[in-house]
Design a protein around this ligand. Structure first.
Ligand SMILES: *[C@@H]1O[C@H](CO)[C@@H](O)[C@H](O)[C@H]1NC(C)=O
Ligand SMILES: *[C@@H]1O[C@H](CO)[C@@H](O)[C@H](O)[C@H]1NC(C)=O
Ligand SMILES: *[C@@H]1O[C@H](CO)[C@@H](O)[C@H](O)[C@H]1NC(C)=O
Ligand SMILES: *[C@@H]1O[C@H](CO)[C@@H](O)[C@H](O)[C@H]1NC(C)=O
Ligand SMILES: *[C@@H]1O[C@H](CO)[C@@H](O)[C@H](O)[C@H]1NC(C)=O
Ligand SMILES: *[C@@H]1O[C@H](CO)[C@@H](O)[C@H](O)[C@H]1NC(C)=O
Ligand SMILES: *[C@@H]1O[C@H](CO)[C@@H](O)[C@H](O)[C@H]1NC(C)=O
Ligand SMILES: *[C@@H]1O[C@H](CO)[C@@H](O)[C@H](O)[C@H]1NC(C)=O
Length: 866
């Protein structure tokens, strides 16, 4: 008896241990790194424990990847894998009735003698088929990702274990299965039911469904790392998925306002999601004519749960902002009114909709569109819509499967690869066999060093493709960093991939060795110099045998160089935007500092307006370039978590790629504003004469309005085709900024327009453009518009020009009355601006003619008591 006591005790403690979940409500999370006996930490500092305890089959081989791809966020869990050639099972303890995120991490690489292309696997967890015939290397190749993370949430059941079985696919002889990491994260009941789109009062039960996460986007906001989310989710920027020419406006909550969950489960989404949003913009007239649209690729033959997160921190009354929600061209919600749902400002709400995506050609997408409600008897005060977050989950089909096909590399990617292979052959002639090079290119997507390079190819190819089709709309990016669960575009189908990067590592900065750089630039040959800047010389070069790049080499003598180098790597590695020049990588070795960028085939904006032997650009082309640059700057000011002030906006820092996409470059002087509220940073005045904000010069306080000023000068350069400073002209004309303002006051601006385009500009467009440019040059920063406003006005000007070009007499109504309003950097005020545009007399008389009762009209104009 006595001998048995210790056993009893240990039994007892085991009992307590086993029951502690239920008793204390603590659910264990499992974060397992596979194929190793050692625990380790990942880039976010999270602990991963070895998987050995949970692996219950006898046959498996722990293995280590032969190569560490530079884009892996950390060695753990990717560098070790457990390899299976026969069926093998993990037994993962859970709490009965509880939901978990189940995440599978795959790094397709060569393990021992096993080729990544031979891995095809099936995964079944508690009867749910998570993966079938899954090839991590095919998926990685199609998505240009080095590693793949899949997230699922199994329906809660009565068992206290998840049996997860890995099988190598029977379809392929000699295939094997592998896994690098498994996560099991307990979550509260995040799912209840969803409204089926197109069927009134037909909810589908999500509480008991097994799900796969397809997308998770922080709309209008930034990447959110799992460490900043209570249930360790990763949220991505939504811009790659925006569809349509107009991307709306990203807004940020005023930090002095507090988000109040008001009883809603705080785990639904973190504060950061609700603190940023995308709305349609400040011009109600414009908003009436477009849909704010996102398009996301999904697998056919599944039902998807589309979860929309809302939090309106600008509006505070019902029917101030009401809009319709369309999913795949069907009305999901009429008259969505966030304040109506939430009862007051800054209170989050979310809505779930279910949509079945069938297998008809071209249908394998979820398209979400928002449009202001214009047809209601009682129109909203503002014609606008808002969205803060978007999640898309796939529901298991009736057979209990969540598995989709492997994504096909898109035609673009295949073409790019083929082209790269051909060029590699050409270049390699003489010192390397051709077949080897093709192999190198193929291997790249599977996780070789060239992921960054591959992304670069894809971007340029992708942009070209878009041009060919004449749609300047689809902004889906190929960059692994900006895109979240998936990066395919035009690819047939689609798997979900999470790039698990810490926010620091988000940038895809590849580190180059000095020999690589020297080889690229033929040892910094002078004949390769394409420019000289404050930082040093800029060389053109070729990396990885095929990819054209621009390499900025720091002048080793300059101390300023070191800081600017760091600033630029810091800034650019975190920023990705179609209208910002992308940094491919950098080199820091032997006192040499180099930055490697995408090559901008068409050089600077200035060369195309007046300096250089280029043919004259049409007015519309100039306008498009200005809009592109404005987008880039707008993104710098508002798209990132912190306001970034460029400080050196000028026509030589706006570069143009071969597809005429304008990109802002040269971030060496950029400053990060501490936050939106503080509004300015004191600094030593830097920048370029002719573009320098006089207020900044006087007060040495930098705000983003200094960029707006400089951009005003850029706009006048585009219109007048002359330099910002021309000392050869009479004194009053030397400075373009002063001269243009003078002419604007005198009403003689027409005389200074570039003769090449004079007379070809639609007068309304010209007025909009010059009014905007002139406002940018206003003496005090607070009177100047924000970059967002500038962008909107330029877009509007372009529309005016296009409709004038399209038909002889424009059907467009008078433009909105932006002009009388001082545009401040205050979202609250901005919201009211759109109210004014709606309430302008012209607009109202229109509404009256349309038969709107006069009392409603007075309610719009005077919305008290609502
Ligand atoms: C998991 O596997 C064990 C043993 O193989 C079995 O007893 C148990 O019923 C399984 N549980 C589930 C939920 O499939
Ligand atoms: C988490 O959020 C805090 C506050 O917003 C921020 O300071 C921190 O950098 C974030 N951390 C990560 C890893 O994103
Ligand atoms: C979708 O279902 C239809 C009908 O069952 C089938 O013919 C088709 O192959 C399925 N498509 C995919 C991609 O599984
Ligand atoms: C939605 O409508 C647009 C235009 O009418 C069409 O091009 C698109 O294919 C439709 N999408 C779906 C999913 O029906
Ligand atoms: C917005 O989307 C809906 C649904 O697809 C469509 O019916 C409507 O015509 C679209 N409106 C505009 C202005 O594109
Ligand atoms: C398995 O995946 C590969 C690669 O995507 C594909 O070629 C093959 O047809 C798939 N097999 C089946 C049976 O789906
Ligand atoms: C934020 O709100 C406070 C108080 O309402 C106001 O004083 C401040 O100007 C606002 N800041 C911004 C940037 O709008
Ligand atoms: C909207 O416009 C009307 C008329 O211009 C004005 O009286 C009202 O105060 C405005 N509403 C808000 C919220 O500013």
């Amino acid at each position: 008896m006595v001998n048995n006591l210790p056993d009893l005790l240990s039994l007892l403690s085991l009992f307590i241990l086993l029951n502690s979940h239920a008793v204390f409500g603590v659910e264990t999370k499992l974060v397992l790194t596979c194929g190793t006996g050692d625990k380790g930490k990942d880039a976010d500092g999270r602990e991963w424990e070895p998987d050995t305890k949970y692996f219950i089959s006898s046959t498996s081989t722990p293995s280590t990847a032969s190569f560490q791809d530079p884009s892996l966020p950390s060695e753990v869990p990717y560098m070790t894998a457990r390899i299976f050639t026969a069926e093998a099972t993990y037994r993962l303890p859970t709490t009965a009735g509880k939901r978990y995120w189940v995440r599978l991490h795959f790094y397709p690489a060569t393990y021992g003698t096993l080729d990544s292309h031979d891995a095809y696997l099936d995964v079944i967890a508690n009867g749910v088929q998570l993966l079938k015939n899954f090839s991590a290397s095919e998926t990685g190749r199609a998505l240009t990702q080095a590693y793949i993370v899949k997230e699922y949430s199994l329906a809660p059941d009565a068992s206290d274990v998840i049996n997860m079985t890995f099988t190598s696919s029977k379809e392929h002889k000699g295939s094997y299965a592998f896994i690098n990491g498994i996560e099991l994260i307990p979550i509260p009941d995040l799912f209840t039911s969803a409204q089926v789109v197109g069927f009134k009062d037909q909810p589908v039960d999500v509480k008991t469904a097994s799900l796969q996460t397809m997308y998770r986007l922080n709309v209008g906001g930034q990447f959110i790392a799992p460490t900043n989310d209570s249930v360790l989710r990763t949220w991505y920027d939504d811009t790659p998925y925006l569809y349509g020419a107009i991307a709306g406006v990203a807004t940020v909550k005023n930090t002095s306002e507090k988000i109040d969950y008001n009883g809603m489960l705080e785990d639904i989404a973190p504060l950061d999601v609700y603190s940023t949003a995308r709305s349609m913009g400040y011009d109600g007239n414009l908003n009436k004519n477009y849909n704010l649209t996102w398009q996301l690729q999904v697998d056919a033959n599944f039902t998807y749960i589309v979860r929309l997160h809302f939090c309106d921190y600008l509006a505070d009354r019902i029917n101030q902002r009401a809009f319709n929600i369309y999913i795949n061209n069907q009305t999901a919600q009429e008259g969505a009114d966030v304040i109506g749902w939430a009862t007051r400002s800054s209170v989050p709400v979310y809505k779930d909709y279910a949509i079945y995506v069938s297998d008809r050609a071209g249908d394998e997408v979820v398209t979400l569109a928002l449009h202001p409600r214009v047809d209601a008897a009682l129109p909203p005060e503002f014609y606008d819509a808002i969205l803060n977050g978007l999640e898309i989950f796939k529901m298991a089909d009736p057979q209990g499967s969540l598995a989709g096909p492997n994504p096909q590399p898109s035609e673009m990617l295949l073409k790019a690869e083929a082209k790269a292979a051909v060029e590699a052959n050409k270049q390699a002639n003489g010192f390397s066999s051709s077949s080897r090079n093709i192999h190198v290119i193929e291997g790249a997507a599977g996780g070789a060093a060239a992921v960054g390079a591959m992304a670069a190819i894809c971007i340029s190819v992708y942009i070209r493709k878009r041009r060919e089709h004449g749609v300047d709309a689809h902004t889906t990016s190929w960059l692994p960093i900006s895109a979240g669960f998936s990066h395919t575009t035009g690819s047939k189908s689609h798997a979900s991939v999470i790039s698990h990067l810490s926010s620091e590592a988000q940038g895809l900065s590849r580190r180059f060795s000095l020999p690589e750089i020297k080889q690229a630039t033929k040892n910094f040959d002078e004949s390769n110099v394409i420019g000289v800047g404050g930082f040093g010389k800029v060389y053109k070069g070729v990396i990885d045998k095929t990819i054209k790049v621009a390499i900025k080499r720091s002048n080793p003598q300059s101390e300023q160089g070191v800081n600017e180098f760091q600033t630029e790597v810091e800034m650019l590695s975190k920023l990705r935007h179609k209208h910002l020049v992308s940094l491919i990588g950098y080199c820091e070795e032997d006192n040499e500092m180099c930055l490697v960028y995408d090559y901008m085939a068409r050089g600077t904006m200035r060369e195309h307006i007046y300096k250089g032997n280029n043919p004259q650009l049409s007015w519309k082309q100039r306008l498009e370039i200005c809009i592109g640059a404005a987008r880039g700057l707008h993104y710098l000011h508002t798209g990132a978590r912190y306001t970034i002030i460029h400080r050196d906006v000028k026509t030589t820092n706006i570069l143009i790629d071969e597809n005429w996409v304008a990109k802002v470059s040269d971030f060496g002087l950029s400053k990060t504003g501490p936050n939106m509220d503080k509004g300015h940073v004191s600094t030593v005045v830097k920048g370029s004469f002719g573009y320098l904000d006089p207020e900044y010069f006087r007060r040495q306080q930098l705000t983003e309005k200094s960029d707006v000023y400089s951009f005003g000068v850029v706009l006048f350069e585009a219109l007048c085709a002359r330099p910002a400073l021309n000392p050869n002209l009479p004194k009053e004309q030397v400075s373009l900024a002063d001269w243009a303002q003078h002419c604007h006051r005198k009403g003689t601006l027409e005389h200074i327009i570039d003769p090449h385009i004079k007379g070809k500009i639609n007068p309304e467009c010209l007025k909009k453009f010059t009014d905007t440019a002139q406002k940018c040059l206003l003496d005090s920063g607070i009177d100047r518009p924000s970059m967002g406003d500038v962008l909107w006005n330029l877009e509007f000007a372009l529309q005016l020009q296009e409709s004038a070009d399209g038909s002889t007499h424009s059907t467009r109504e008078r433009t909105s009355d932006f002009d009388e309003i001082s545009l401040e950097n205050n979202n609250k005020i901005r919201l009211h601006i759109s109210n004014l545009s709606l309430g302008s007399e012209h607009e109202l008389s229109q509404e009256l003619e349309d038969g709107t009762p006069a009392d409603i009209f007075s309610q719009i104009a005077n919305p008290k008591g609502r």
